[in-house]
Design a protein around this ligand. Structure first.
Ligand SMILES: Cc1ncc(COP(=O)(O)O)c(C=O)c1O
Length: 431
């Protein structure tokens, strides 16, 4: 009987992976950075007319910021739980990152903090809704537009939510491994502004992007294979979980940092996109200046095809989970996440502080609910960015005291009810 659940599972399966491996070997490495089919799919998701593709999310932001031709020293406001290389992109364009705090209820931007940090040098705001929660998404954008900011929305973690209708200037998304939409590294930018679209399309640097090496994708496929294997229901239930349990009993400190280790991924010196190392880059690596290939388009189209089914099932299972959770568990789930009909959880976070002195994360693990918090870095705590640190106590709490409830579209109704019962048991026992 399956009663142990991994902290996270990918949205694809083994057959998807093998089909794409074959396709990789057979497809020419042609440029498809503005392919019509992928444009149509992403434009319908973002409700924007024009879409362009890149090697990654960070490069979508890079080309957008570059197209704005902002004076040196212009401030870009952003929230701190993000990829460190977003900060590097800002710095390499001679702009200044200014961190705003986050909202404890929806894990997006805190409007009060935006008000405190905005100055006459601030021209751009990057909003990053996390975990599939888009609660107040449109209001935040509306507010920022009233302040005459250029607004970028990073929608990497909100694919599949029913409505994305905000007024942001651009929606930019990552297609890295593990996302609901992936092309095993990749990114896109969607906008309604035709002039902006043409500007980026005609940028000489964009026009001279190089082919991505196929070996990059082979590594990605191999990494995905390892993760699919380790988190496969049977393998996790009878093998991976016990390995984790052993690690927890002999090296508890290592266990807490397991997501930072590279044994499931490549070594740091091979870092291309997804290891998210907090380093300060004097220049942007050449490997980022690659185009979006035809093979990547094919992978993305397959993901777009399966997204509606996955989202529907995730929404159904979230509803079921909430129906079976006791109120004293639900009260620790951030409020913005209670509306399971308008969100589509990429993760479902729960605060584990303010419960009791017990280590809730460890109790969950021993009950078979493997768990972890945000893997994204908290950039206001990273030493390399200390020049730009500011106080962001909400972001600190979100990063340090929140874990995710395991949830995946492949789970049966009874598995989700089991997850709810385990959580009820843990939280009911704690005063
Ligand atoms: C919110 C968010 N933005 C961006 C990224 C990654 O961006 P990139 O495609 O540049 O690696 C991720 C994934 O790690 C993410 O979760």
């Amino acid at each position: 009987m399956i009663n142990k659940f991994p902290r996270f599972k990918y949205f694809i399966g083994f057959s998807f992976l093998f089909k794409k491996l074959f396709a990789l070997l057979l497809t020419k490495n042609e440029n498809d950075s503005y392919g019509s089919q992928t444009q149509a799919q992403i434009s319908s998701l973002t409700n924007r007319d024009h879409t362009l593709f890149f090697s990654s999310y960070r490069m979508g932001v890079y080309f957008y910021l570059k197209s704005l031709k902002l004076p040196r020293g212009t401030e870009v406001l952003l929230t701190p739980i993000t990829i460190p290389d977003l900060v590097n992109v800002i710095l390499n364009l001679d702009l200044v990152p200014v961190f705003c705090d986050m909202d404890l209820e929806n894990h997006s931007l805190c409007i009060n903090s935006l008000n405190k940090n905005i100055s006459n040098k601030s021209k751009v705001l990057i909003i990053t809704p996390l975990s599939g929660c888009y609660s107040k998404g449109e209001d935040i954008v509306f507010y920022a537009k009233e302040k005459e900011l250029f607004v970028i929305e990073d929608i990497s973690q909100v694919y599949g939510i029913p409505h994305l209708h905000s007024d942001s200037d651009v929606m930019v998304g990552s297609l890295s491994s593990g996302k609901a939409l992936t092309s095993f590294t990749g990114g896109f930018l969607s906008t309604n502004q035709i002039a902006l679209y043409q500007n980026i399309k005609n940028d000489t640097e964009y026009k001279s992007l190089l082919p991505p090496p196929k070996i990059r994708f082979l590594f990605e496929l191999f990494d995905n294979f390892k993760i699919l294997l380790a988190t496969n229901s049977l393998v996790f239930n009878y093998f991976t979980f016990n390995i984790l349990k052993l690690i927890l009993s002999i090296r508890p400190n290592f266990f807490k940092k397991i997501h930072e280790t590279k044994f499931l991924t490549r070594s740091p010196d091979k870092d291309v996109f997804f290891d998210d190392l907090p380093i300060l880059r004097k220049s942007l690596p050449k490997s980022w200046f690659t185009y979006f290939s035809k093979w990547q388009s094919g992978v993305l189209l397959s993901c777009c095809h399966q997204l509606p089914r996955i989202s529907k099932r995730r929404i159904e299972l979230s509803k079921l989970l909430f129906e079976h959770l006791h109120s004293n568990v639900i009260e620790h789930i951030p409020k913005g996440f209670h509306d399971f009909e308008t969100n589509c959880y990429y993760h479902l976070p729960i605060y584990i502080d303010q419960v009791s002195s017990a280590d809730i994360s460890s109790l969950m693990f021993h009950a078979g609910l493997d768990n972890d918090g945000y893997g994204l870095n908290l950039c206001t705590e990273e030493e390399v960015f200390k020049e730009f640190h500011s106080k962001t106590p909400h972001a600190f709490r979100i990063k340090k005291n929140c874990v995710f409830i395991p949830l995946h579209e492949s789970y049966s109704n009874s598995e989700v009810i089991t997850i709810a019962q385990k959580l009820n048991y843990i939280f009911d026992k704690e005063p």
